[in-house]
Design a protein around this ligand. Structure first.
Ligand code: NAD
Ligand code: DAU
Length: 349
């Protein structure tokens, strides 16, 4: 049985926590190391169910701290990396682009350097988790595929595009075994309530207004986070070195249609009159540089690795709402303190 030493970065965040849980539970013979700096979006509470597993180790570290990262590579002898640690929120990248360059670009280069110096053995792999936002925006038709040119518009997507380029450059220049996947919008349990779906769930619970940017006719392709984690598992184990895979939900929604559906599902669950939550919708100033539409052609991963999303959107959205309603403490802990400062800066000025 193969025994891998897998370093997962950003494992206390939204997607990372689902990836860590899947790997710890599915591969008891592997040693799984979760390296996370616990920034505002990293939360140890996301992994309480597996924190004592014998094949799991948490390492509180910053990917920008080169000495510590080198030391950890030498001590634990990681053979593979699944790199998710990042600044992930587009609105925050508009107010603080430099932080996105530091974490997403320099932090990724730092990890690549340590991997290049220390990772050994034929199982070596550096797997970078990226986004469909690197491709820029689509018009009313068309899909992003793996050969679509990069055309990022936000500081966030520019930083992720740059990190993708560095990962490929390390593969080409130093012969490192790398893979990259670019995924569409994730939703599900444990997502920080700054992103559209958990923000609006929290606001509906608290009868606060629902700030829809611009005219609400922007389109995103939504994928349940556990389906993304399953795709990452398949790519990690089966993809040929040097490959790129696009991952998406075959599930496009205009923001305003999604918000209306969310309002109706929430009214049912909260025992409110139909229409009560829709009345909270408020159209606000648009996000600068807002991409009109993202949509993924996921036929390559479907064909090569037999991956397909397992959940229909209404079912996944229902599960997500139920998780937030059943985890009020998780939400309360996060939305007190610093979150209030962010919220008023972003939405009240
Ligand atoms: P998140 O913000 O929920 O989690 C990010 C995690 O990275 C947090 O645990 C945080 O503490 C950690 N982190 C941040 N800076 C760090 C640093 N300097 N050192 C160590 N750890 C640090 O993000 P997410 O939504 O889970 O996204 C994870 C990855 O997936 C990101 O790379 C993102 O670009 C990518 N992605 C996200 C989506 C999505 O819809 N959320 C879609 C496609 C790709
Ligand atoms: O496409 C993948 C990307 O999806 C990931 O790489 C990012 O990490 C992730 O944050 C997400 O980016 P988006 O910008 O698409 O997600 P967000 O939830 O911020 O916004 C979704 C849509 O909803 C977008 O069109 C903007 C709109 N929106 C968002 C917020 C927070 C609003 O109308 N109002 C809001 O308050």
């Amino acid at each position: 049985m193969v025994n891998k030493k897998v370093l997962i970065t950003g494992g206390c965040g939204f997607i990372g926590s689902h990836v860590v849980r899947l790997f710890v539970n599915k591969y008891p013979q592997y040693n799984i190391f979760n390296l996370d700096a616990l920034t505002y979006s990293g939360n140890l509470e996301n992994l309480v169910d597996i924190e004592n597993a014998s094949n799991y180790t948490f390492l509180k570290n910053d990917i920008n701290d080169a000495d510590s990262i080198n030391h950890l590579f030498k001590s634990y002898k990681f053979d593979s990396v699944i790199h998710l640690a990042a600044e992930s929120h587009v609105d925050r990248s508009i107010s603080d682009p430099l932080q996105f360059a530091k974490t997403n670009i320099l932090g990724t280069i730092n990890l690549l350097d340590s991997f290049k110096k220390h990772a050994q053995g034929e199982n070596r792999l550096f797997y970078h988790i990226s986004t469909d936002e690197v491709y820029g925006t689509l018009g009313e038709t068309g899909l992003f595929n793996e050969t679509t040119s990069y055309d990022p518009h936000s500081p966030y997507s520019a930083s992720k595009a740059s990190s993708d380029h560095f990962v490929r450059a390390y593969g080409d220049t130093y012969g490192l075994p790398i893979v990259i996947s670019n995924c569409s919008n994730n939703y599900g349990p444990n997502q920080f309530p700054e992103k559209l779906i958990p923000l609006f769930i929290n606001n509906i619970i608290n009868r606060k207004s629902l700030p829809v940017y611009g005219d609400g006719n922007y389109t995103r392709d939504w994928l349940y986070v556990v389906d993304h984690a399953k795709a990452i598992d398949l790519i990690f184990h089966k993809a040929d070195r040097g490959q790129t895979y696009n991952i998406g939900g075959f599930n496009e929604w205009k923001n305003i249609d999604l918000v209306n559906l969310l309002c109706d599902l929430m009214d049912e669950r909260l025992g409110r009159e139909k229409g009560e939550s829709r009345a909270l919708i408020t159209y606000v100033k648009d996000r600068p540089g807002h991409d009109l539409r993202y949509a993924i052609d996921a036929s390559k991963i479907n064909k090569d690795l037999n991956w397909t999303p397992s959940l229909q959107f209404e079912e996944g959205l229902g599960k997500t709402i139920d998780w937030y309603l059943n985890n009020a403490d998780w939400l309360d802990n996060i939305t007190s303190g610093e979150y209030q400062t962010y919220y008023s800066k972003q939405y009240e000025n």
